[in-house]
Write a protein that binds this ligand. Structure first.
Ligand code: SF4
Length: 73
């Protein structure tokens, strides 16, 4: 059986504003869901990175996101 993986709906995700306060990242027990700073030409912004090698498909990130932006698909 194929296990579901986290997927982020970028239209709902507000990581660009909340940055390292992202609840999904804070609640990932395997440090697979992380917030990274991406430098830009003029301004940088926060983005998320999901390391699928570390991810255990537990769904904690999906439960933790209060914007309902993280889905297990
Ligand atoms: S499914 Fe679990 S291990 Fe994978 S990114 Fe989400 S919280 Fe982390």
């Amino acid at each position: 059986m194929r296990h579901k993986m986290p997927w982020v709906d970028r239209l709902k995700c507000d990581v660009a504003e909340v940055g390292e306060s992202c609840k999904a990242a804070k609640h990932c027990p395997h440090a697979a869901f992380t917030v990274t700073w991406k430098p830009g030409d003029e301004n940088g912004q926060y983005d998320i990175l999901i390391d699928l090698e570390r991810c255990r498909r537990c769904g904690e990130c999906s439960h933790a996101c209060d914007k309902f932006a993280v889905k297990m698909v």
